[in-house]
Write a protein that binds this ligand. Structure first.
Ligand code: GAL
Length: 346
């Protein structure tokens, strides 16, 4: 493990960057600023190192320009809450809206902009745990919430991401990791020719461009949302399927078939790098970087639309306002824990 100063935050704290390597040549870099995954190098089929996540070179960019959430830990609530309001234990809760009338990724003061503490480093296991104390009323949510975000790089080429939460009052706990992957390398064009398979026979359609679910659980059959057998990400993306027109590409929650923890398998067409995602969460937001445009990134990259894809394991969007969706509410004093694993191969 190597540790270096990543930069100085606006609050005059030192943000650090931690580098872990496994014996197969994989390298993971994470920062305590935002509990962010900054880079992830994987050897491709030619033995060349490819950094497969989009991001920035400097702390300053993570702090000032990361409105697209590269590599970030999102919390307390990933995704959208319609009209930035919901009811919990008969109490009406109001959150600051930051996307038209929606709360997106917990509003303007997300956990991705916080300086987390390092709770534990286990050098033998290539593991680190960050922690954050989020006070009662933070982002509008009730309860003092203690949250931990862990990263571990195993010798089986897995990146294990864990999130735990414990609160002093009933509250929402729905964090996710918002890494954008490009398995051909972060600066190697679009992800449209990647092949993808998803363990989901259903998805949650959205009402319109505001991306709030209608509440239906719809079959993917005979639609461009069907990745059950595997196909190119871009293969049916420009069809006139209304759901894709609303969001300019894929930006939808897939309902995972929970008999298995397997969520998705993606292959980079040029690199041969494959990524298998497994999770204990009920849904995954598949987002194809539809809103990226001229975004300056690391190593002088300029990221354009579809430069990366996200597979954000989480509860369904706006679940707090849909009784038929699994609830992201944790009860006072009850420890919640979620694990998502990204495993690589070339
Ligand atoms: C995704 C979301 C997209 C977009 C993106 C950040 O999780 O579904 O609509 O907001 O985050 O740019």
């Amino acid at each position: 493990m190597e540790k270096r100063v990543f930069g100085r935050t606006k609050n005059d704290e030192n943000a650090l960057l931690f580098t872990f390597e496994n014996k197969n040549g994989m390298k993971l870099e994470v920062s305590d600023f935002g509990a962010t995954l900054v880079s992830l190098c994987v050897p491709d089929k030619y033995g060349r190192q490819q950094d497969v996540v989009l991001g920035y070179d400097s702390l300053k960019e993570y702090e000032e320009t990361n409105d697209v959430y590269f590599g970030a830990t999102i919390g307390r609530n990933a995704n959208r809450i319609a009209d930035a309001r919901f009811t919990l234990n008969d109490e009406e809760i109001h959150l600051p809206a930051n996307e038209e009338t929606n709360s997106l990724h917990s509003g303007p003061d997300g956990y991705h902009l916080r300086q987390w503490k390092v709770k534990m480093i286990d050098e033998a296991r290539n593991a680190i745990i960050f922690q954050l104390a989020s006070p009662n009323g933070d982002q509008g949510f009730p309860g003092d919430l203690f949250i931990e975000a862990g990263y571990e790089l195993t010798e089986d080429n897995e990146v294990i991401v864990t999130h735990t939460g414990l609160s002093t009052a009933d509250t929402v706990f729905n964090p996710t990791n918002h890494s954008y992957f490009n398995l051909n390398g972060h600066n190697n064009g679009t992800i449209l020719n990647h092949q993808m398979q998803m363990n989901a026979k259903y998805f949650t359609p959205v009402e319109d461009h505001r991306s709030i679910p209608t509440g239906e659980i719809k079959a993917v059959d005979w639609t461009p949302m069907d990745f059950t057998k595997g196909k190119g990400i871009g293969e049916e993306m420009s069809s006139s399927f209304m759901q894709l027109l609303y969001t300019r590409g894929y930006d939808h929650n897939f309902v995972l078939d929970r008999e298995k923890s397997f969520a998705s398998l993606v292959v980079g067409d040029q690199s041969g790098i494959t990524m298998k995602v497994s999770t204990d969460l009920p849904g995954v937001q598949f987002y194809t970087g539809n809103f990226l445009k001229n975004k300056s990134g690391k190593e002088k990259a300029i990221y354009q639309q579809y430069a990366g894809f996200c597979l954000e394991a989480q509860y369904f969007p706006d679940a707090v306002n849909h009784d038929s969706f699994d609830s992201p509410i944790i009860r006072k004093g009850e420890l919640a824990e979620h694990t998502t694993i990204y495993q690589f191969q070339n």
